[in-house]
Design a protein around this ligand. Structure first.
Ligand code: AMP
Ligand code: MG
Length: 316
């Protein structure tokens, strides 16, 4: 698995045609989305999907999100009720994943859904992701393009650092704009938040006209794979820090510095876009102990704190 040549592709139409040809031949290709880089495989091809799990070292019980070019393609995979239609109309393309009852004729590999009767779907907004999905012309299963349990990649070089030699290609489309994984909403029963992410919960609540129940409890993984320890840098991380203890690298937020700073102006959108790049940077400088300033628990701050809590959790 670790002796493959990994091609670094551009994001022009000829490169996307090459990437689509690799997917059609059953290969696995990393590509940029507005959230993080995904590691894509033909979602209908058991052997291709199995390679994604193998390359990442991902536990087989952790299902994958299926990426589609538009809502029409998504309706061929899952059953959409009125609520699903409303959320799709409001937020697709974009950083929102919907877990829906799968159609019996969907043709999706059981490895993708880990045999659940539900499927997680997303229509990404990134032009390179959309270009690849259009060139491929089918559903692409794609988890984040990083070794399982480690920090998600927001640049092609993060992907190369984690997976070179284990995947067929990386499409380089620059840095991801949102920088956090998608928000996941479960619609296979009472509507609930399965994972906070790149679409603020407040925007979804405004669309639904009421508060959203949360199942995003790190100790009770309702969404399989939402394990407590995840998204982890190699060092030990502490949150809500007012400053650095001796030997700690301090990650600030807002004015007041820090060895690194998520957003000197205190902007949560900027902090989200910077979070994983800074966590990768902490690995590069071999930070053994990390202290992170408090992040407000609103908007994208909820997803940032969710990722930091997992990064700070005891490693299992
Ligand atoms: P990742 O691709 O690493 O961002 O992880 C995708 C996540 O989507 C999984 O860890 C699950 O939490 C969630 N997910 C995918 N499919 C389902 C499903 N059918 N039901 C519930 N959660 C799902
Ligand atoms: Mg992931």
């Amino acid at each position: 698995m670790s002796d493959r040549h990994t091609r670094l592709l551009g994001s022009d139409p000829a490169a996307l045609a090459d990437a689509a040809a690799i997917l059609k031949a059953g290969g696995i290709v990393a590509f940029p989305t507005e959230t993080v880089y995904g590691l894509g495989a033909d979602a209908r091809d058991d052997r291709a999907v199995a390679q994604v799990f193998a390359a990442k070292g991902r536990p087989a019980f952790n299902p994958l999100i299926v990426h589609l070019v538009d809502a029409e393609a998504a309706r061929t995979v899952a059953q959409f009720d009125d609520l699903a239609e409303r959320l799709a109309a409001a937020f697709w393309p974009g950083p929102l994943t919907l877990v829906l009852p799968m159609r019996s004729d969907a043709g999706i590999s059981a490895l993708v859904t880990t045999g659940l009767g539900t499927v997680a779907l997303r229509v990404p907004a990134h032009p390179v992701a959309r270009g690849l999905l259009a060139a491929f012309g089918g559903p692409v299963a794609a988890p984040s393009a990083n070794p399982s349990g480690r920090v998600s990649p927001t640049t092609a070089s993060h992907v190369m650092a984690g997976l070179a030699g284990r995947i067929d290609a990386v499409v380089d489309g620059g840095a991801c704009g949102v920088g956090l994984e998608s928000t996941i909403i479960g619609l296979d029963g009472p509507v609930r938040l399965l994972r906070p992410g790149g679409l603020p919960v407040e925007a979804i609540e405004a669309c639904l006209g009421g508060p959203l129940d949360s199942a995003a409890d790190p100790d009770r993984p309702v969404a399989p794979g939402q394990l407590a320890s995840h998204y982890a840098p190699k060092g030990v991380l502490r949150m809500e820090a007012s400053g650095a203890a001796p030997g700690e690298v301090f990650v600030g937020f807002g004015p007041g510095g820090g060895d690194l700073n998520l957003s000197p102006s205190g902007d949560l959108t900027e902090a989200a876009a910077n979070l994983f790049r800074l966590l990768h940077r902490l690995d590069e400088i071999r930070a053994g102990r990390i202290a992170v300033a408090p992040i407000p628990e609103r908007g994208l701050g909820r997803a940032i704190n969710d990722r930091l809590r997992r990064a700070a959790a005891p490693r299992g």
